[in-house]
Design a protein around this ligand. Structure first.
Ligand code: DX5
Length: 218
């Protein structure tokens, strides 16, 4: 299974965000992910539609807005307007998930659902027909640089098996603790997209070198 690397800008150097995004695109990233956090759904506050607009102006690859926020239904239109191509909401923050996914699709955007580590994939049973992407969190969301949770691998494999058995055109993405030690594990378990923040944007090597290493190891 070939896997696309999706740099998340959470760990980027925000004093030169445009340069870092352009470096990632030039190095062959599949997409860019903007990690949106509201300090309610997760214990951190990060960025909003303004940053999606800025990233949109400096790359041509698809942009994912990963909404780690409560009441995402209030904001999906703003992120669509800002230029996000894929809008990912958390199942745990969406009591009316079916309607929310319809809302995202109605905006002409791809709809994704993220599952926190404790959330079983069976809760997606009634919305598979609306899904363009499932994001299996491999950390508890809120911060970059956390340790990968290996117990998520069986969940990832089960999601891949279900998508294949049903012949669904649904991306399977992982997010959290993805680096040289774990990229091979998630590729083998069935992910076709992998979000990586601190493994791509760090002070030890260039974005290009980091992306090349992840792609080679995948
Ligand atoms: C949720 C965030 C992080 C980030 C990736 O906490 O969404 O998962 O994207 O961070 P790394 O790749 O540094 O674990």
């Amino acid at each position: 299974m070939s896997i696309g690397i999706v740099p998340s800008i959470l760990s980027a150097d925000f004093t030169r965000l445009g340069e870092q995004v352009r470096e990632a695109e030039a190095a062959g990233c599949a997409r860019i992910q903007v990690d949106v956090m509201d300090g309610h759904f997760v214990p951190n506050i990060t960025m909003g539609p303004l940053v999606v607009e800025a990233v949109r102006r400096c790359c041509t690859v698809p942009i994912e807005a990963h909404l780690m926020i409560t009441q995402p239904e209030r904001y999906v239109a703003d992120f669509a307007q800002a230029g996000a191509d894929v809008i990912i909401v958390h199942l745990e923050a969406a009591p009316h998930l079916h309607r929310l996914l319809q809302q995202i699709k109605g905006l002409g955007k791809q709809a994704g659902v993220a599952l926190n580590p404790a959330t079983p994939a069976v809760l997606l049973d009634e919305v598979w027909d609306l899904l363009d992407l499932v994001l299996v969190m491999t950390v508890n969301p809120g911060f970059g640089g956390q340790a990968f949770i290996p117990a998520m691998l069986p969940k990832l494999t089960a999601v891949r098996r279900l998508v294949n058995e049903r012949g669904l055109a649904c991306d399977i993405e992982v997010d959290g603790g993805i680096g040289p030690q774990t990229i091979g594990l998630v590729a083998a378990a069935g992910a076709n997209l992998a979000v990586a923040g601190s493994a791509v944007f760090n002070q030890t090597r260039s974005v290009r070198e980091n992306l090349r290493q992840l792609k080679d190891l995948a």
